[in-house]
Design a protein around this ligand. Structure first.
Ligand SMILES: *Cc1c(COP(=O)(O)O)cnc(C)c1O
Length: 407
């Protein structure tokens, strides 16, 4: 075992990868119960070898192309550009199969699970988006799929529960505690401890113990890999001045930032959910409100009370309604490498309507936060901005209809 001092000395200081203990600066690591150690260790010692193996890459890229529909377009949004007085591009993750970026990661992890000899997949889901992306690839690859979901969330997210069941997944309600995402996470971890040999646990964002944050970021990095050549095709230059993305756990932002992390001329902008307002007591703006703490197996910024109890977050957007943030993002915040903004529920709704009326694109409520972030940036005619449009708005029509009723 190499100690941390030596490991830190070896740390090249890049933002792209954590040290061998999974730390980005002071954030990350693997804080797990002893009984989970063999599972996490198996993953840690194999993931890099497996995912950079030629056969893996061939299969992964073929599925991204023919099944997901990649590359997703980089669209020059002319009317939105006019409004902001800059050149704006949208990275259209909303056009992926199942309607968001999450499938990039679930395909990668399923191919990895198969190569580790696993026959069963478990996942936890809050709003159901990650559950649907997981159930989808399990159907595709004939893998048994169990999704844990809080009892309360099952009631609130009936259409996604129906999708998961139609796809052949077993949806198990978590009935303890607040009956929401964190309770579903506890159930999934319990399952993994009890089934260490045949089961792989698919985490849906750049959170969790090392190596999950790094692994998920690598799978999602296809987003910025494409951005670079696509922007060059459009403008002759692969460097934008800004890349903007919303942050829940941070996987679409990690994917959109990844291949620009070491290019310091590119301003990275993360937009968090302010809910009813950062200081309202009903918010999910983790970097503004959080303190260092441990959540879901890694050290990061966490919204918590003075004695360390996790605070219930709020956002109109289910995908951003999370009291933590991935350790990479905590590091990008702490070092100032990325600028962190926030948008309220109302600002996100307004931005969704604006994008719809200007460009004919109905965004997911999560992605609408990134669009709202543009209003808080001082853009000029010299700026070329890429916004990651992480998902489409079909799932959010009830919220949009309610907003129209209020207009
Ligand atoms: C889940 C989700 C998010 C938030 O997750 P990240 O890991 O922060 O990307 C954002 N947008 C959409 C459309 C989602 O479904």
């Amino acid at each position: 075992m190499i100690n941390r001092t030596i490991a830190l000395a070896r740390y090249k200081g890049t933002f792209e990868q954590p040290d061998i203990f999974g730390y980005y600066g002071t954030f990350g690591g693997a804080f797990i119960p002893e009984m989970l150690y063999p599972n996490v260790e198996e993953l840690k010692s194999n993931y890099l070898n497996i995912i950079y193996e030629e056969g893996f890459q061939r299969e992964f890229r073929a599925l991204l192309k023919d099944y997901v529909g990649r590359p997703s377009p980089l669209y020059h949004a002319k009317r939105l550009s006019e409004k902001h007085g800059a050149t704006l591009f949208l990275k259209r993750e909303d056009l992926n199969h199942t309607g968001a970026h999450k499938i990039n990661n679930t395909i990668g992890q399923l191919l990895l699970a198969k190569r580790l000899g696993k026959h069963r997949i478990i996942a936890e889901t809050g709003a159901g988006q990650h559950g649907v992306a997981t159930a989808t690839v399990c159907a595709l690859m004939n893998m048994k799929c169990v999704v844990y979901m809080g009892e309360k969330d099952i009631e609130r997210q009936a259409p996604n529960v129906a999708r998961m069941k139609m796809l052949g997944a077993e949806v198990i309600p978590a009935t303890s505690g607040s009956k929401t995402l964190k309770d579903a996470t506890n159930e999934a971890i319990r399952d993994w401890i009890n089934n260490p040999v045949d089961t792989h646990y698919i985490i849906g964002s750049v959170v969790g113990p090392h190596p999950y944050p790094d692994m998920v970021a690598r799978f999602q990095s296809i987003i910025s890999e494409e951005m670079r050549w696509q922007l060059k095709e459009h403008t002759g230059n692969e460097m934008p001045t800004h890349v903007v993305a919303c942050v829940g756990g941070g996987s679409n932002a990690a994917g959109a930032f990844y291949h620009y992390l070491e290019d310091f001329s590119v301003q990275l902008v993360a937009v968090e959910a302010a809910g009813c307002g950062v200081t309202s007591g009903r918010s999910a703006a983790t970097t503004q409100l959080g303190k260092p703490g441990i959540l879901h197996g890694s050290k990061s910024l966490v919204m918590q009370t003075a004695d360390g109890q996790v605070v219930e977050p709020h956002s109109i957007s289910a995908g951003l309604d999370y009291p933590g943030i991935g350790p990479l993002h905590a590091h990008l915040f702490a070092t100032g490498r990325a600028l962190f903004l926030s948008a309220t529920d109302k600002e996100a709704i307004d931005a969704a309507f604006e994008l719809t009326r200007l460009e004919g694109i109905i965004p997911a409520l999560e992605s609408a936060h990134a669009i709202a972030g543009l209003n808080k940036m001082k853009l000029t005619a010299k700026d070329t901005v890429i916004v990651c449009l992480s998902g489409r708005g079909d799932k959010d029509m009830a919220a949009y209809m309610a907003a129209m009723g209020n207009e």
